[in-house]
Ligand binder design. Structure first.
Ligand SMILES: Nc1nc2c(ncn2[C@@H]2O[C@H](COP(=O)(O)OP(=O)(O)OP(=O)(O)O)[C@@H](O)[C@H]2O)c(=O)[nH]1
Ligand SMILES: [Mg+2]
Length: 230
C-alpha cells in the first residue's frame, strides 16, 4: 500500500479510561479529512493497561496501531512513533488535544510548508485554558525566543512535519520528555525549513494531570541542554 498522507502519532501514558471515548471522537473527526490516515498510539510506561486497551480498540478503528515500551517518556514516544510510521506528514496529537480541521488546514497549505504548528499564541488563536497555564506558555515562549533564538510562537501543540524533515533533523535531536518536539522544531527552523503557524483553539477537556512543579525545572534544564548542543 502507498504511504498514507498522514501518520498521526499520539503519545499515551495511563489513559486506559480516557482512550476509548477519545479515539471514537478522533476517528469521527478524521472521517471529514479527505486523505489516507494512520493513527499510532505510542504508549510507554503505563501502569493501567493502556497498551492492552488500545490493542483491543484496533478492530473498531481501521488504521489504528499501537507500540508500547516500558519507560515513561513523552518525547521518546513521539520519536519512536515517527520512526515506526511512513506517512508523508508525521503528525503529533495528544489524546486530549486533536483536530481534524488542523489536517484540513495542512492539506490546504499544499506545498508551501515543511512544518505546520497549531499555535496557542498566533494571531487569531483562542486559548481558553486557565490563566496559570497561559502564563506558563507565555514564559516558555520567552525562553524559546531569547534562550534558543526561535521566532516560533508555540512548539507545544498539534504539529505536522514532513517526512523529509523528520529524516533529516530527528537524528540530531537528543532531547527527551517535553522537549523533543521543541528541539526538532528549533533545529528545523535553523536548517531553513519553512514553518507555518496556524491559530489554535484550545480548551481544557479534563482536569489537568501534569504538575508544573516537576515540569518547570526539567524544562529549564532541557532548554539549557538544547542551547549548549545547537
Ligand atoms: N508515551 C507517553 N505519553 C505521555 C507521557 N506523559 C504524558 N503523555 C501523553 O501526552 C499527552 C498529553 O498529556 P497530558 O497529561 O494531557 O498533559 P498536558 O496536555 O501537557 O497538560 P494538561 O493537559 O494541561 O495536564 C497525553 O496523550 C498523555 O497520555 C509519557 O510519559 N509517555
Ligand atoms: Mg493535555
Amino acid at each position: 500500500m502507498a504511504n498514507p498522507a498522514f501518520s498521526i502519532v499520539i503519545p499515551v501514558h495511563n489513559e486506559a479510561d480516557y482512550m476509548p471515548g477519545a479515539l471514537a471522537e478522533l476517528f469521527a473527526e478524521l472521517s471529514t479529512v479527505p486523505a489516507s490516515i494512520e493513527v499510532l498510539i505510542a504508549e510507554n510506561g503505563s501502569t493501567d493497561g493502556s497498551a492492552a486497551v488500545a490493542q483491543a480498540l484496533i478492530p473498531n478503528h481501521p488504521g489504528l496501531s499501537v507500540i508500547s515500551l516500558p519507560t515513561p517518556d513523552y518525547g521518546a514516544a513521539m520519536r519512536d512513533g515517527f520512526e515506526a510510521t511512513d506517512g508523508d506528514w508525521a503528525v503529533n496529537f495528544d489524546i486530549d488535544y486533536f483536530s481534524g480541521d488542523f489536517l484540513n488546514v495542512v492539506l490546504d497549505l499544499g506545498d508551501s510548508a515543511d512544518i505546520v504548528l497549531a499555535s496557542k499564541r498566533a494571531p487569531g488563536a483562542d486559548d481558553r485554558r486557565s490563566m496559570f497555564r497561559r502564563f506558563a506558555t507565555w514564559t516558555f515562549n520567552k525562553l524559546l525566543r531569547y534562550g534558543l533564538g526561535s521566532r516560533v510562537s508555540d512548539t507545544h501543540g498539534m504539529k505536522a512535519i514532513r517526512r523529509q524533515v523528520i529524516a533529516d533533523i530527528a537524528p540530531q535531536c537528543s532531547s527527551t520528555h517535553d522537549l523533543f518536539d521543541t528541539e526538532l522544531v528549533v533545529r528545523a527552523e535553523r536548517a531553513g525549513y519553512r514553518i507555518v503557524e496556524v491559530p489554535a483553539i484550545v480548551e481544557e477537556k479534563r482536569e489537568t494531570r501534569s504538575s508544573l512543579v516537576t515540569r518547570v525545572p526539567r524544562t529549564l534544564r532541557g532548554v539549557i541542554a538544547i542551547r549548549r548542543n545547537l
